[in-house]
Design a protein around this ligand. Structure first.
Ligand code: BDR
Ligand code: CA
Length: 316
């Protein structure tokens, strides 16, 4: 049976690939897509999501924009996605009709109207919408199957020496999500920095020879230059679809069970996901896991297969 997910995103080049993987993989049933202010302001992440969904033919999935800013702090744009939040491609005019509900309500209603423990939340932006949904309808905490999020890291930061962007932008929301008694898997920078869009990956996508493949290459070309200029990477890490891949096939992303606390008061460590790896301090009922390894080859096989499927569908 396909795994039901809600994708809460802030496109964002890698969020766009997460959308394509989630819809293009036959083992995933994409129940809803919501957007949040993150990589760019909400208006832009929403426009980008609708453009990517149109480009990829994702037209039958309920869609709604959610929160425009973090719970308490000011938002900040990520520097690697350009002015639009999705520079490097021209988006088609949107054919997506927003659902009409607020994103937070779409998340709640979708969970409440499905079987208990059947829906996985996959947030790939700041965790504002998820925290708001938990506060508005706390029953979702026991109804959700699990949360598999892209964010944080055990040993790595990118928005500070020790904090990752999605967590640091709204650390209070992240703390709410990590602290609740549901299953949370943190797919962080330790593994997503291995999901590199190398020349070989791009060549395989080019060979698909579809408009969607060209679109993805446009995304990668911009992302490569931005990641090179901003963070010194040779090839860009395509973070967000790694969380989707973990849901599709858990064996692709290895994890360790460990308590994870989000730093909210540190002078130099705000937004750090402090991961307790000392065996004696890991309780038997620990509800959080941190990703530690990635099978990058199988990850890219999944992504390229999804681009291929949706690209061919486009052409029909
Ligand atoms: C995360 O931050 C965003 O820029 C990306 O879309 C990804 O979700 C990586 O730190
Ligand atoms: Ca993102």
């Amino acid at each position: 049976m396909a795994k039901k997910i809600i994708l809460d995103c802030d496109p964002g080049h890698d969020d766009a690939i997460a959308l394509i993987l989630a819809y293009g993989n036959p083992d995933i049933d994409l129940l809803a897509v919501t957007t949040v202010g993150g990589n760019a302001v909400l208006e832009k992440t929403t426009k980008n999501a609708m453009g990517v969904m149109t480009m990829a033919g994702i037209l039958d999935v309920p869609f709604a924009p959610g929160c425009s800013r973090p719970l308490w702090r000011e938002g900040e744009d990520a520097d690697v996605h350009g002015e639009s939040g999705l520079d490097g491609v021209v988006l088609p005019p949107s054919q997506v009709t927003p659902d009409g509900r607020h994103g937070v309500d779409l998340i709640i209603d979708t969970i409440m109207s499905n079987e208990p423990k059947s829906v996985t939340l996959v947030p790939t932006g700041p965790l504002t919408n998820i925290a708001m949904a938990m506060r508005k309808e706390p029953r979702i905490i026991e109804l959700v199957k699990e949360v598999v999020l892209m964010g944080g890291g055990i040993h790595v930061g990118n928005w500070s020496a020790v904090a990752e962007f999605n967590i640091k932008i709204d650390p209070e929301a992240a703390a709410i999500v990590f602290d609740a008694p549901w299953e949370v898997t943190m797919v962080g920078l330790d593994v997503t920095h291995q999901a590199l869009a190398t020349d070989e990956v791009s060549a395989r996508i080019k060979a698909l020879n579809t408009p969607l493949a060209e679109f993805v290459l446009g995304l990668f070309t911009f992302f490569q230059k931005a990641y090179h200029d901003e963070q010194g990477f040779e090839f860009p890490p395509v973070h967000d679809p790694v969380a989707v891949a973990r849901v599709i096939d858990p064996s692709i992303v290895g994890t360790v069970r460990a308590p994870i606390n989000v730093e909210l008061t540190g002078t130099h460590t705000l937004g750090m996901t402090v991961t307790e790896l000392r065996p004696a301090h890991i309780p038997a009922d620990c509800h959080t896991q941190a990703a530690t390894s990635l099978d990058a080859e199988r990850f890219w096989d999944l992504v390229i297969d999804a681009i291929d499927r949706l690209g061919k569908r486009d052409a029909q």
